[in-house]
Ligand binder design. Structure first.
Ligand code: HEC
Length: 119
């Protein structure tokens, strides 16, 4: 192999690496923990870590169809309570996507819970 093809190979490897990084499903970095569930127990009695995880999954699967995933801390609770129903209507207008009222509540609780980290 000559120098040129080595260089071309290196460039290709970098391009491929970047390409795969871009195409992977976006994930929210912060993993919810039991501590998060405990923090909002008075607000959402009986709330579980499973429900919190489900809310995160629904959020990741449906809330980046038109824009990037918004950060839970980007809006205060009162705002999420009006934004989420409005956005879920948009999700449900998209073919192949459906979030039912229980799912809407899970997304809302996920955003309120993770938006209150450190508060
Ligand atoms: C069908 C496209 C679409 C989907 C799906 C969608 N959004 Fe949006 N979103 C928009 C558009 C368009 C705007 C800006 C204009 C507006 O507010 O309607 C927006 C704006 C926002 C904003 C900025 C605040 C605001 O009041 O405008 C937030 C926060 C948001 N979206 C959250 C979400 C969440 C959470 C979900 C998932 C439940 C979601 N979006 C799903 C299209 C979408």
């Amino acid at each position: 192999m000559n120098k040129k093809s080595l260089l071309a190979g290196a460039c290709l490897a970098i391009l491929v690496a970047c390409g795969t990084a871009k195409n992977s499903t976006p994930k929210v970095e912060v993993m919810p923990t039991q501590g998060d569930v405990d923090r909002v127990q008075t607000k959402f009695p009986g709330y579980t870590l499973d429900e919190l995880h489900e809310g995160k999954k629904l959020f990741e699967a449906n809330c980046n169809l038109c824009h990037r995933l918004k950060k839970p801390a980007s809006e205060p609770e009162e705002e999420w309570r009006t934004i989420v129903p409005r956005m879920v209507k948009k999700v449900n207008n998209k073919e192949g996507h459906h979030v039912d009222p229980a799912g809407e509540e899970k997304i809302l609780r996920y955003l309120i819970t993770m938006g209150s980290v450190g508060k």
